[in-house]
Design a protein around this ligand. Structure first.
Ligand code: UD1
Length: 313
C-alpha cells in the first residue's frame, strides 16, 4: 500500500503546492483545510487526482482529526494550517494561541497516539525578531516580537520536547519570505511580491515603503514545497529547527529592476514612509537544511518572479 500523508492547510498557498508535490511524487494525500484563508481553487489539480482526499475541517477539531488518524495510519503529517497574518495575531491573540500553538500541540499528540512518526511543522523566520545577527542561524536565541512569532516558537518547543520525550520526529521549518503563484494579494500585509504583481498587471503604480534598500531572503514556493516534501518523505531526518531560505538578500530596488523588464510600460513606483515595525534586512543561512535534505533552492529570484507574473490572476 502506498503510504498516506496528512497535510493541514492544504488549500493554502504553501499547502496546495506541497500537496501537488506529494501527488507528483506518487504519494497519497489527505488534505485538511477549514477554508478560513485557503481557497478550493488552489487545489484544482489535486482534486482531480484519485490519490487525494480533501476534508473541510479545522485541523484542531479532535472529533474530525482522531478518526482520520485512525482510518489512514498516516506515515507523516505536514502541519501548515495557521493564522497567517501577523497583524491579525495582535488583534486576536486568543485565536492566534489556538490556531498557531494549541493545534500544533494537539496534532503532535495525535501523531504519537496513532503511530504517525513524523510531524513537519511550518514555523517562521519571524521567531528571530529584529535584532538577531545576519544571516540568521538556527543556533541564535530567538526573540519573537509578535503573538504570531511567539506562538510559532512555543509550538517548535512543544514539538521538540515531544521529540526528546517520545521519539516523535519533529522537523520545524522556519520559512523566510515565500513567494509564488497562488499567494493572495488581498491585504496590505500580503507578501510584497503578490501585491506588486497584482498592481503591475492592472497597470497601477506600486508603493514602496521606505527607501527601497530594505532586503529580504525571497524563496520560491516551488523550492519550499520541495523542502516540505523531502522533509516529510525522506527515510531519515533529524528533529530540529531549520531555516527555509536561499541565503541571498534582494532589495526592493532590485525587485523593481526585475519587474521593469516584465512590465516596461508600468507607471513609476511611488515611495512612502517606512512601515512601523518594518525590518530593514532579513537573511537566513540555509546550510543546516541543505545538509539534511541534500537540496539547495533551485529557483533564481528573476526566474521565480517571471513565473509568478506568468501564473498570476
Ligand atoms: C514578513 C511577514 C510579516 C512579519 C515579518 C516578520 C509576509 C507576507 N509578511 O514581513 O507578517 O511580521 O515577516 O518577520 O511574509 N512593502 C512595500 N510595499 C508593499 C508591501 C510591502 O514596500 O506594497 C515592503 C514592506 O514594507 C517590507 C518589504 O516590502 O519592507 C517586505 O514586506 P512583506 O512582504 O510584507 O514581508 P516582511 O516585511 O518581511
Amino acid at each position: 500500500m502506498t503510504p498516506v500523508f496528512l497535510v493541514t492547510g492544504a488549500a493554502g498557498f504553501i499547502g496546495s503546492h506541497s500537496v501537488d508535490w506529494l501527488l507528483r511524487h506518487g504519494w497519497r494525500v489527505v488534505g485538511v483545510d477549514n477554508l478560513r484563508t485557503g481557497r478550493l481553487d488552489n487545489l484544482a489539480d489535486a482534486r482531480s487526482s484519485p490519490n487525494f482526499t480533501l476534508v473541510i475541517a479545522d485541523a484542531g477539531d479532535e472529533a474530525v482529526m482522531r478518526p482520520l488518524f485512525q482510518q489512514h495510519r498516516f506515515a507523516g503529517a505536514l502541519h501548515l494550517a495557521a493564522l497567517v497574518s501577523v497583524p491579525e495575531s495582535f488583534r486576536e491573540p486568543g485565536l492566534n494561541y489556538r490556531l498557531n500553538l494549541a493545534t500544533a500541540d494537539s496534532l503532535a499528540r495525535w501523531c504519537l497516539d496513532h503511530d504517525c512518526k513524523r510531524l513537519v511543522f511550518a514555523s517562521s523566520a519571524a521567531v528571530y525578531g529584529t535584532s538577531a545577527p545576519l544571516p540568521n542561524r538556527e543556533s541564535t536565541l530567538p526573540q519573537p516580537q509578535s503573538p504570531y512569532a511567539a506562538a510559532k516558537l512555543a509550538a517548535e518547543i512543544m514539538l521538540l520536547g515531544y521529540a526528546a520525550s517520545y521519539g516523535l520526529e519533529a522537523v520545524c521549518l522556519r520559512y523566510f519570505n515565500v513567494y509564488g503563484p497562488r499567494q493572495d494579494p488581498g491585504s496590505p500585509y500580503s507578501g510584497v511580491l503578490s501585491i506588486f504583481t497584482n498592481r503591475f498587471q492592472r497597470g497601477l503604480p506600486v508603493t514602496v515603503y521606505g527607501d527601497g534598500e530594505q532586503t529580504r531572503d525571497f524563496i520560491s514556493v516551488r523550492d519550499v514545497a520541495e523542502c516540505n516534501g523531502r522533509a516529510l518523505t525522506r527515510q531519515s531526518v533529524q528533529s530540529g529547527r531549520y531555516n527555509v531560505c536561499t541565503g541571498q538578500a534582494v532589495s526592493l530596488k532590485q525587485v523593481l529592476v526585475v519587474y521593469r523588464d516584465l512590465f516596461p510600460n508600468a507607471p513609476p513606483a511611488q515611495f512612502a514612509s517606512s512601515r512601523i515595525g518594518d525590518i530593514r534586512h532579513s537573511l537566513g543561512d540555509p546550510a543546516l537544511l541543505q545538509g539534511m535534505l541534500r537540496y539547495n533552492a533551485q529557483t533564481s529570484f528573476a526566474r521565480g518572479l517571471r513565473e509568478l507574473v506568468l501564473n498570476h490572476g
